[in-house]
Design a protein around this ligand. Structure first.
Ligand SMILES: Cc1cc2nc3c(=O)[nH]c(=O)nc-3n(C[C@H](O)[C@H](O)[C@H](O)COP(=O)(O)OP(=O)(O)OC[C@H]3O[C@@H](n4cnc5c(N)ncnc54)[C@H](O)[C@@H]3O)c2cc1C
Length: 372
């Protein structure tokens, strides 16, 4: 079954590429990463072409929960343990930049995407996580982050976080990129890339630079350590009462839910209960996960009808941070978002555009694609 988002919006029609052509920058993939990269690059006046195997936002970018969170999946204490406190703070700031950049673009381009800033709840699944959630909030408060504890839920409310309709946003952004001169071709699968060429089964594109933005599908084109991981969700018909005040992210990010403005409920995750099965590129729902999503729903809202069940494929990196920049081969990448592309990719697209223009950006080391 398709996602609630894709079901609501018909795709814009972009014809397939069926002859050789040239561009300043060729981008492969039209999810949030490819489209954001195209938007930023084309605004600098470069001639951009985007090649998409399916349609814009049809893969993970049209199948997610639409959370715009700051930080990574884990709480800040866990992130600091993994990356070191200094890097964890830099990552935090980068994702805040992503939020502000997205807000500015939505305003500038007048993208109707149900963008709302109701904050998010980070909810602990056990005692150990609750200690970390509390400590994370205390630590980030010192950085000026607007966060407060909600002890009754063993959670912390991050007031600056947002939510949106991902398909409306990505397709709106694609429209803005097209208005800035980007040519988009759907139904056009790249079969090989080099630093100056993309080959499809029908055409060749010669370009000054090639940027691969295919996330989970990266290993088919470039030597990136990305592995495909499945995420599943469900959605209900509108429910009249407010069941959830704001998007919630629980059990170290493995479980999440939100209620849209129209009252419909979205529940996703529970991948941790079937980690062995929830891998690969198959966008298939399974009873094992769907029953758990539905059980959670029934615990909170007794009888809403489930209208949509869907799955999407995420691209996990080796250390849960994206790979953004130039590979040794000269090909550029913007991928490996580890289930957090909405939180990163508007800003990583800008980062790639800056690097292509030869501008120095101090975040390039955080996301260096060939880091160990
Ligand atoms: C169930 C679920 C819930 C999620 N919830 C959230 C959330 O709330 N917040 C958040 O930040 N993130 C969330 N994510 C993750 C987020 O959706 C992804 O990180 C993000 O969409 C990745 O964007 P992308 O553009 O890199 O990849 P994709 O959206 O997967 O786009 C890649 C595109 O490349 C195309 N492609 C692949 N191979 C080729 C080829 N050879 N030639 C041409 N085109 C090709 C594909 O067709 C696809 O359109 C969730 C993901 C899932 C599955």
């Amino acid at each position: 079954m398709t996602s609630i988002w894709l079901d609501e919006i018909a795709p814009d029609v972009h014809s397939p590429l069926d002859g050789d052509t040239t561009a300043d920058v060729a981008i492969v993939g039209a999810g949030i990463a490819g489209v954001a990269t195209a938007y930023h690059v084309s605004r600098s006046g470069a001639k951009v072409i985007v090649l998409e195997a399916r349609t814009v936002a049809e893969a993970a970018s049209g199948r997610n929960a639409g959370f715009l969170l700051a930080g990574v999946a884990e709480n800040f204490v866990a992130a600091a343990r993994r990356y070191g406190e200094d890097r964890a703070l830099r990552i935090w700031r980068f994702t805040r930049r992503n939020q502000e950049l997205l807000r500015a673009i939505v305003e500038r381009e007048r993208i109707a995407c149900d963008l709302a800033w109701n904050g998010s709840a980070q909810i602990a699944g056990d005692d150990e996580e609750w200690v970390e959630v509390r400590e994370s909030a205390e630590r980030l408060k010192k950085e000026g982050v607007r966060v407060r504890l909600a002890p009754e839920d063993r959670g912390a409310i991050y007031e600056e976080d947002g939510e949106l309709h991902p398909v409306r946003f990505v397709r709106g952004l694609a429209g803005a990129a097209a208005a800035a001169g980007t040519r988009i071709h759907d139904g056009t699968r790249a079969i090989a890339v080099t630093k100056n060429e993309v080959r499809t089964d029908r055409a060749r594109v010669q370009a000054g630079a090639v940027v691969v933005c295919v996330n989970a599908y990266s290993p088919h084109l470039v030597p990136l350590r990305v592995r495909p991981v499945r995420g599943q969700m469900l959605a209900t018909a509108p429910v009249a009462r407010r069941v959830f005040e704001r998007p919630a992210y629980a059990n170290r990010g493995y479980r999440y839910w939100r209620q849209r403005a129209d009252g419909s409920l979205l529940v996703g995750g529970w991948r941790d209960t079937a980690a062995d099965e929830e891998v690969g590129e198959d966008e298939r729902t399974t009873p094992r996960i769907q029953q758990q999503l539905e059980r959670f729903l029934r615990e909170h809202c007794v009888d809403a009808k489930v209208t949509h069940r869907w799955a999407g494929t995420m691209g996990f990196s080796h250390d849960a941070l994206p790979y953004v920049g130039r590979l040794d081969s000269g090909v550029f990448v913007n991928a490996g978002f580890t289930g957090h592309g909405m939180a990163f990719a508007t800003a990583t697209g800008e980062l790639v555009a800056d690097v292509l223009r030869g501008n120095k950006r101090n975040e390039t080391d955080l996301f260096a694609p060939e880091r160990r």
